[in-house]
Design a protein around this ligand. Structure first.
Ligand code: FAD
Length: 342
Protein backbone atom coordinates (compact mmCIF):
# COMPACT_ATOMS: atom_id res chain seq x y z
CA UNK A 1 0.00 0.00 0.00
CA UNK A 2 1.23 3.53 -0.82
CA UNK A 3 2.27 5.55 2.19
CA UNK A 4 0.24 8.75 2.44
CA UNK A 5 2.72 11.58 2.90
CA UNK A 6 0.17 14.16 3.83
CA UNK A 7 -3.59 14.25 4.08
CA UNK A 8 -5.16 17.57 3.26
CA UNK A 9 -8.61 18.08 4.71
CA UNK A 10 -10.64 20.45 2.52
CA UNK A 11 -10.44 21.56 -1.10
CA UNK A 12 -10.98 25.34 -0.81
CA UNK A 13 -8.12 27.74 -1.65
CA UNK A 14 -5.93 26.64 1.28
CA UNK A 15 -6.38 22.93 0.48
CA UNK A 16 -5.73 23.59 -3.20
CA UNK A 17 -2.50 25.52 -2.48
CA UNK A 18 -1.32 22.87 -0.02
CA UNK A 19 -2.05 19.95 -2.38
CA UNK A 20 -0.28 21.54 -5.35
CA UNK A 21 2.75 22.56 -3.32
CA UNK A 22 3.20 18.97 -2.11
CA UNK A 23 2.64 17.56 -5.60
CA UNK A 24 5.23 19.91 -7.10
CA UNK A 25 7.73 18.77 -4.46
CA UNK A 26 7.26 15.15 -5.60
CA UNK A 27 5.06 14.09 -2.66
CA UNK A 28 1.74 12.23 -2.74
CA UNK A 29 -0.92 14.35 -1.10
CA UNK A 30 -4.40 12.96 -0.53
CA UNK A 31 -7.21 15.51 -0.43
CA UNK A 32 -10.34 14.65 1.53
CA UNK A 33 -13.25 17.00 1.04
CA UNK A 34 -16.96 17.40 1.56
CA UNK A 35 -17.03 19.10 -1.84
CA UNK A 36 -17.80 17.41 -5.14
CA UNK A 37 -18.45 18.82 -8.61
CA UNK A 38 -22.17 18.29 -7.96
CA UNK A 39 -22.42 20.24 -4.72
CA UNK A 40 -20.01 23.20 -5.08
CA UNK A 41 -21.99 25.11 -7.71
CA UNK A 42 -25.40 24.73 -6.11
CA UNK A 43 -25.61 28.30 -4.79
CA UNK A 44 -24.10 31.47 -6.22
CA UNK A 45 -22.19 33.36 -3.54
CA UNK A 46 -20.02 36.33 -4.25
CA UNK A 47 -16.55 37.13 -2.92
CA UNK A 48 -14.13 39.79 -4.18
CA UNK A 49 -10.40 39.36 -4.67
CA UNK A 50 -7.51 41.63 -5.62
CA UNK A 51 -5.55 40.80 -8.83
CA UNK A 52 -2.68 39.33 -6.80
CA UNK A 53 -4.88 36.29 -6.07
CA UNK A 54 -4.72 35.09 -9.67
CA UNK A 55 -0.96 35.81 -9.75
CA UNK A 56 -0.48 33.57 -6.72
CA UNK A 57 -2.72 30.84 -8.16
CA UNK A 58 -0.67 30.94 -11.36
CA UNK A 59 2.51 30.62 -9.30
CA UNK A 60 1.03 27.61 -7.47
CA UNK A 61 -0.45 25.63 -10.39
CA UNK A 62 0.68 27.32 -13.64
CA UNK A 63 -2.85 28.50 -14.51
CA UNK A 64 -5.08 31.44 -13.69
CA UNK A 65 -8.49 30.44 -12.35
CA UNK A 66 -10.20 33.45 -10.82
CA UNK A 67 -11.06 35.11 -14.17
CA UNK A 68 -13.05 32.04 -15.25
CA UNK A 69 -15.24 32.38 -12.17
CA UNK A 70 -15.82 36.12 -12.63
CA UNK A 71 -19.25 37.70 -12.14
CA UNK A 72 -17.76 41.19 -12.52
CA UNK A 73 -14.51 43.12 -12.25
CA UNK A 74 -13.42 46.27 -10.42
CA UNK A 75 -10.73 48.78 -11.32
CA UNK A 76 -10.62 50.32 -7.85
CA UNK A 77 -12.40 50.93 -4.58
CA UNK A 78 -14.49 53.96 -3.58
CA UNK A 79 -14.30 54.48 0.13
CA UNK A 80 -15.60 57.58 1.93
CA UNK A 81 -15.34 59.72 -1.21
CA UNK A 82 -11.82 58.53 -2.03
CA UNK A 83 -10.97 56.37 -5.05
CA UNK A 84 -8.05 53.91 -4.87
CA UNK A 85 -7.26 52.01 -8.07
CA UNK A 86 -6.35 48.34 -7.91
CA UNK A 87 -2.67 47.60 -8.48
CA UNK A 88 -0.86 48.46 -11.70
CA UNK A 89 1.28 45.86 -13.43
CA UNK A 90 3.76 47.62 -15.71
CA UNK A 91 1.66 50.36 -17.27
CA UNK A 92 -1.67 48.61 -17.20
CA UNK A 93 -4.25 48.51 -14.45
CA UNK A 94 -5.03 45.00 -13.21
CA UNK A 95 -8.62 44.44 -12.26
CA UNK A 96 -9.97 42.86 -9.12
CA UNK A 97 -12.55 40.13 -9.59
CA UNK A 98 -15.93 39.49 -8.00
CA UNK A 99 -15.93 35.70 -7.88
CA UNK A 100 -18.75 33.24 -8.10
CA UNK A 101 -17.44 31.11 -5.20
CA UNK A 102 -19.24 27.97 -6.43
CA UNK A 103 -17.61 28.16 -9.86
CA UNK A 104 -14.26 29.09 -8.29
CA UNK A 105 -14.41 26.06 -5.96
CA UNK A 106 -15.30 23.82 -8.91
CA UNK A 107 -12.30 25.21 -10.84
CA UNK A 108 -9.98 24.48 -7.92
CA UNK A 109 -11.26 20.88 -7.84
CA UNK A 110 -10.97 20.50 -11.59
CA UNK A 111 -7.37 21.77 -11.77
CA UNK A 112 -6.37 19.45 -8.92
CA UNK A 113 -8.10 16.48 -10.57
CA UNK A 114 -6.46 17.16 -13.94
CA UNK A 115 -3.04 17.36 -12.28
CA UNK A 116 -3.57 13.83 -10.93
CA UNK A 117 -3.99 14.80 -7.27
CA UNK A 118 -5.76 12.02 -5.41
CA UNK A 119 -9.08 13.33 -4.05
CA UNK A 120 -11.79 11.64 -1.99
CA UNK A 121 -14.95 13.68 -2.60
CA UNK A 122 -18.23 14.02 -0.74
CA UNK A 123 -16.69 12.77 2.50
CA UNK A 124 -16.47 14.25 5.94
CA UNK A 125 -13.74 13.72 8.51
CA UNK A 126 -15.51 12.66 11.67
CA UNK A 127 -12.61 12.14 14.04
CA UNK A 128 -8.86 12.69 14.24
CA UNK A 129 -6.26 10.81 16.28
CA UNK A 130 -2.96 12.55 16.56
CA UNK A 131 0.07 10.95 18.19
CA UNK A 132 3.80 11.47 17.97
CA UNK A 133 4.34 9.20 15.00
CA UNK A 134 1.35 9.63 12.75
CA UNK A 135 -2.11 11.03 12.35
CA UNK A 136 -5.25 8.98 11.69
CA UNK A 137 -8.57 10.31 10.51
CA UNK A 138 -11.90 8.55 10.59
CA UNK A 139 -14.28 9.32 7.72
CA UNK A 140 -18.04 9.37 8.01
CA UNK A 141 -18.29 5.99 6.26
CA UNK A 142 -16.06 4.52 9.01
CA UNK A 143 -12.88 4.31 6.92
CA UNK A 144 -9.63 5.08 8.79
CA UNK A 145 -6.70 6.66 6.97
CA UNK A 146 -3.23 7.18 8.37
CA UNK A 147 -0.59 9.64 7.20
CA UNK A 148 2.70 11.16 8.26
CA UNK A 149 1.14 14.65 8.39
CA UNK A 150 -2.25 16.31 8.10
CA UNK A 151 -2.94 19.87 7.01
CA UNK A 152 -6.32 21.10 8.19
CA UNK A 153 -7.84 23.28 5.45
CA UNK A 154 -11.48 22.89 6.50
CA UNK A 155 -12.20 26.62 6.64
CA UNK A 156 -14.62 27.87 9.28
CA UNK A 157 -15.49 24.30 10.26
CA UNK A 158 -12.03 24.26 11.88
CA UNK A 159 -12.28 20.49 12.15
CA UNK A 160 -8.91 19.69 13.77
CA UNK A 161 -9.00 22.66 16.13
CA UNK A 162 -12.52 21.77 17.21
CA UNK A 163 -12.09 17.98 17.55
CA UNK A 164 -8.77 18.30 19.39
CA UNK A 165 -10.01 21.30 21.40
CA UNK A 166 -6.94 23.37 20.60
CA UNK A 167 -6.65 26.67 22.46
CA UNK A 168 -7.52 29.84 20.58
CA UNK A 169 -7.07 33.52 20.97
CA UNK A 170 -9.69 36.17 20.16
CA UNK A 171 -8.84 39.53 18.62
CA UNK A 172 -12.27 41.15 18.34
CA UNK A 173 -15.71 41.20 19.89
CA UNK A 174 -18.32 38.99 18.20
CA UNK A 175 -18.87 40.14 14.61
CA UNK A 176 -21.31 38.85 12.00
CA UNK A 177 -20.88 38.94 8.22
CA UNK A 178 -23.85 38.79 5.81
CA UNK A 179 -23.69 38.62 2.04
CA UNK A 180 -26.04 38.25 -0.91
CA UNK A 181 -26.77 39.31 -4.48
CA UNK A 182 -29.59 41.73 -5.30
CA UNK A 183 -30.80 44.56 -7.47
CA UNK A 184 -30.19 47.71 -5.42
CA UNK A 185 -31.90 51.08 -5.48
CA UNK A 186 -28.93 53.41 -4.92
CA UNK A 187 -26.50 54.73 -7.56
CA UNK A 188 -22.94 53.43 -7.33
CA UNK A 189 -20.12 53.58 -9.90
CA UNK A 190 -20.15 50.41 -12.00
CA UNK A 191 -16.35 50.28 -12.58
CA UNK A 192 -15.48 50.26 -8.88
CA UNK A 193 -16.39 48.43 -5.72
CA UNK A 194 -17.70 50.64 -2.92
CA UNK A 195 -16.82 50.39 0.75
CA UNK A 196 -19.32 52.30 2.88
CA UNK A 197 -18.33 52.83 6.52
CA UNK A 198 -21.03 53.16 9.12
CA UNK A 199 -20.73 53.81 12.79
CA UNK A 200 -21.15 50.18 13.75
CA UNK A 201 -19.89 48.34 10.71
CA UNK A 202 -19.48 48.53 6.97
CA UNK A 203 -21.06 47.52 3.65
CA UNK A 204 -19.18 46.40 0.53
CA UNK A 205 -20.99 46.76 -2.81
CA UNK A 206 -19.79 44.83 -5.83
CA UNK A 207 -21.46 45.75 -9.14
CA UNK A 208 -21.83 42.63 -11.31
CA UNK A 209 -22.12 42.24 -15.07
CA UNK A 210 -25.83 41.42 -15.07
CA UNK A 211 -27.07 44.60 -13.36
CA UNK A 212 -27.15 42.91 -9.98
CA UNK A 213 -24.95 43.90 -7.05
CA UNK A 214 -23.14 41.63 -4.64
CA UNK A 215 -23.15 43.02 -1.13
CA UNK A 216 -21.32 42.09 2.05
CA UNK A 217 -21.94 43.64 5.42
CA UNK A 218 -20.08 43.30 8.73
CA UNK A 219 -21.29 44.51 12.11
CA UNK A 220 -21.11 43.82 15.80
CA UNK A 221 -23.17 40.68 16.43
CA UNK A 222 -26.68 41.41 17.67
CA UNK A 223 -26.36 45.09 16.84
CA UNK A 224 -29.90 45.95 15.87
CA UNK A 225 -28.97 48.82 13.53
CA UNK A 226 -27.01 46.59 11.20
CA UNK A 227 -28.87 43.76 9.59
CA UNK A 228 -28.47 42.96 5.89
CA UNK A 229 -29.10 46.13 3.82
CA UNK A 230 -32.75 45.36 3.01
CA UNK A 231 -33.43 49.08 2.58
CA UNK A 232 -31.36 49.24 -0.61
CA UNK A 233 -32.54 45.96 -2.11
CA UNK A 234 -35.07 45.56 -4.89
CA UNK A 235 -36.42 42.15 -5.91
CA UNK A 236 -34.43 40.26 -3.33
CA UNK A 237 -32.94 37.40 -5.38
CA UNK A 238 -30.86 35.05 -3.31
CA UNK A 239 -30.70 33.78 0.21
CA UNK A 240 -28.66 35.79 2.66
CA UNK A 241 -25.49 34.02 3.76
CA UNK A 242 -24.25 34.82 7.23
CA UNK A 243 -21.33 33.71 9.37
CA UNK A 244 -19.54 34.41 12.61
CA UNK A 245 -16.54 36.51 11.63
CA UNK A 246 -15.05 37.20 15.04
CA UNK A 247 -11.29 37.56 14.66
CA UNK A 248 -9.69 34.45 16.10
CA UNK A 249 -6.58 32.32 15.81
CA UNK A 250 -5.53 28.93 17.21
CA UNK A 251 -2.36 29.06 19.26
CA UNK A 252 -0.14 27.38 18.37
CA UNK A 253 -0.97 26.65 14.73
CA UNK A 254 0.09 23.01 14.94
CA UNK A 255 -0.52 20.04 17.15
CA UNK A 256 1.53 16.85 16.88
CA UNK A 257 1.46 15.91 13.21
CA UNK A 258 -1.18 18.48 12.25
CA UNK A 259 -0.71 21.94 10.73
CA UNK A 260 -3.55 24.44 10.46
CA UNK A 261 -4.00 26.65 7.37
CA UNK A 262 -6.52 29.14 5.94
CA UNK A 263 -9.67 29.79 7.95
CA UNK A 264 -9.10 26.50 9.78
CA UNK A 265 -6.20 28.29 11.50
CA UNK A 266 -7.75 31.70 12.01
CA UNK A 267 -10.40 34.11 10.81
CA UNK A 268 -10.43 37.87 10.19
CA UNK A 269 -13.45 39.66 8.76
CA UNK A 270 -13.52 39.97 4.96
CA UNK A 271 -12.54 43.69 4.73
CA UNK A 272 -9.69 44.18 2.24
CA UNK A 273 -10.51 40.83 0.62
CA UNK A 274 -7.82 38.95 2.55
CA UNK A 275 -9.63 35.63 3.13
CA UNK A 276 -8.88 33.82 -0.11
CA UNK A 277 -5.41 35.34 -0.51
CA UNK A 278 -4.53 34.38 3.05
CA UNK A 279 -5.87 30.84 2.55
CA UNK A 280 -3.69 30.40 -0.55
CA UNK A 281 -0.57 31.75 1.20
CA UNK A 282 -0.93 29.79 4.41
CA UNK A 283 -1.87 26.57 2.54
CA UNK A 284 1.29 26.93 0.43
CA UNK A 285 3.60 27.67 3.37
CA UNK A 286 2.08 24.89 5.52
CA UNK A 287 2.71 22.41 2.69
CA UNK A 288 6.29 23.64 2.27
CA UNK A 289 6.76 22.92 5.97
CA UNK A 290 5.28 19.41 5.49
CA UNK A 291 7.68 18.76 2.60
CA UNK A 292 10.67 19.76 4.76
CA UNK A 293 9.46 17.53 7.63
CA UNK A 294 9.00 14.53 5.33
CA UNK A 295 12.52 15.05 3.97
CA UNK A 296 14.16 15.82 7.31
CA UNK A 297 12.09 14.28 10.13
CA UNK A 298 14.70 15.07 12.77
CA UNK A 299 14.10 18.80 12.24
CA UNK A 300 10.34 18.50 12.71
CA UNK A 301 10.08 20.59 15.87
CA UNK A 302 12.09 23.47 14.41
CA UNK A 303 10.10 23.39 11.18
CA UNK A 304 6.65 23.46 12.83
CA UNK A 305 7.76 26.25 15.12
CA UNK A 306 9.02 28.26 12.15
CA UNK A 307 5.63 27.76 10.47
CA UNK A 308 3.84 28.82 13.63
CA UNK A 309 5.95 31.98 14.02
CA UNK A 310 5.53 32.96 10.36
CA UNK A 311 1.76 32.41 10.41
CA UNK A 312 1.25 34.11 13.78
CA UNK A 313 3.21 37.22 12.74
CA UNK A 314 1.31 37.41 9.46
CA UNK A 315 -2.04 37.20 11.27
CA UNK A 316 -1.04 39.88 13.78
CA UNK A 317 0.14 42.16 10.97
CA UNK A 318 -3.16 41.76 9.06
CA UNK A 319 -5.15 42.32 12.26
CA UNK A 320 -3.18 45.50 12.96
CA UNK A 321 -3.77 46.75 9.38
CA UNK A 322 -7.51 46.16 9.73
CA UNK A 323 -7.59 47.84 13.13
CA UNK A 324 -5.96 50.99 11.68
CA UNK A 325 -8.28 50.91 8.67
CA UNK A 326 -11.32 50.95 10.95
CA UNK A 327 -9.85 53.63 13.19
CA UNK A 328 -9.25 55.99 10.27
CA UNK A 329 -12.82 55.43 9.08
CA UNK A 330 -14.16 55.98 12.58
CA UNK A 331 -15.98 52.68 12.62
CA UNK A 332 -16.90 52.52 16.24
CA UNK A 333 -16.02 48.89 16.79
CA UNK A 334 -12.39 49.94 16.32
CA UNK A 335 -12.67 51.00 19.96
CA UNK A 336 -13.65 47.47 20.97
CA UNK A 337 -10.87 46.02 18.84
CA UNK A 338 -8.30 47.92 20.94
CA UNK A 339 -9.56 46.02 23.99
CA UNK A 340 -8.61 42.72 22.42
CA UNK A 341 -4.97 43.57 21.69
CA UNK A 342 -3.04 40.85 23.46
C1 FAD B 1 -20.05 36.01 3.97
C2 FAD B 1 -18.59 35.91 3.63
C3 FAD B 1 -18.04 36.78 2.70
C4 FAD B 1 -16.68 36.68 2.38
N1 FAD B 1 -16.16 37.55 1.45
C5 FAD B 1 -14.86 37.43 1.08
C6 FAD B 1 -14.31 38.26 0.06
O1 FAD B 1 -15.01 39.11 -0.49
N2 FAD B 1 -13.01 38.08 -0.28
C7 FAD B 1 -12.21 37.13 0.33
O2 FAD B 1 -11.03 37.00 -0.03
N3 FAD B 1 -12.70 36.34 1.30
C8 FAD B 1 -13.99 36.46 1.69
N4 FAD B 1 -14.51 35.64 2.66
C9 FAD B 1 -13.59 34.70 3.34
C10 FAD B 1 -13.30 33.47 2.47
O3 FAD B 1 -14.50 32.83 2.11
C11 FAD B 1 -12.45 32.49 3.28
O4 FAD B 1 -11.42 33.18 3.94
C12 FAD B 1 -11.82 31.42 2.39
O5 FAD B 1 -12.79 30.68 1.71
C13 FAD B 1 -10.98 30.47 3.26
O6 FAD B 1 -10.51 29.43 2.47
P1 FAD B 1 -10.18 28.01 3.12
O7 FAD B 1 -9.53 27.20 2.07
O8 FAD B 1 -9.46 28.22 4.40
O9 FAD B 1 -11.61 27.40 3.52
P2 FAD B 1 -12.92 27.11 2.64
O10 FAD B 1 -12.88 27.84 1.36
O11 FAD B 1 -14.07 27.35 3.55
O12 FAD B 1 -12.83 25.56 2.32
C14 FAD B 1 -13.08 24.59 3.32
C15 FAD B 1 -13.04 23.21 2.70
O13 FAD B 1 -13.10 22.25 3.74
C16 FAD B 1 -14.08 21.26 3.42
N5 FAD B 1 -14.55 20.68 4.70
C17 FAD B 1 -15.17 21.30 5.71
N6 FAD B 1 -15.41 20.44 6.71
C18 FAD B 1 -14.91 19.23 6.33
C19 FAD B 1 -14.84 17.94 6.91
N7 FAD B 1 -15.34 17.68 8.15
N8 FAD B 1 -14.25 16.95 6.23
C20 FAD B 1 -13.75 17.17 4.98
N9 FAD B 1 -13.79 18.37 4.37
C21 FAD B 1 -14.35 19.39 5.03
C22 FAD B 1 -15.13 22.02 2.62
O14 FAD B 1 -15.92 21.15 1.84
C23 FAD B 1 -14.20 22.91 1.77
O15 FAD B 1 -13.70 22.19 0.67
C24 FAD B 1 -15.85 35.71 3.01
C25 FAD B 1 -16.42 34.83 3.95
C26 FAD B 1 -17.77 34.92 4.26
C27 FAD B 1 -18.36 33.97 5.27
Amino acid sequence: MDVIDTIILGSGPSGFAAAFTLLKAGKKPLVITRNSFNNVCSEVTIESVEPVVDTLINDICGKTIAATASLGIFGGIYSDGQYTPTKFSGNSLRHGIHLDRGVFNAQLLSVMTNAGINIIHDTKARNIFNDNNQVTIVLDDGRRLTASYLIDCTGRKQVAGRLLQLPRQYYSPRLTVWSGIDRINIQIPTYAASFISEENGWTWLAPLENGLTGWTRVALTNHAALTPPFSIMENHKTGVRSADTRWRLFRPLYSGKILLAGDAAGVLDPAAGQGILNALWTGKIAAEAAVKMIDEPTKEQTIVQQYDTWHFKRFEMLAEQLRSYYKVRRIIFAVFLELFIT
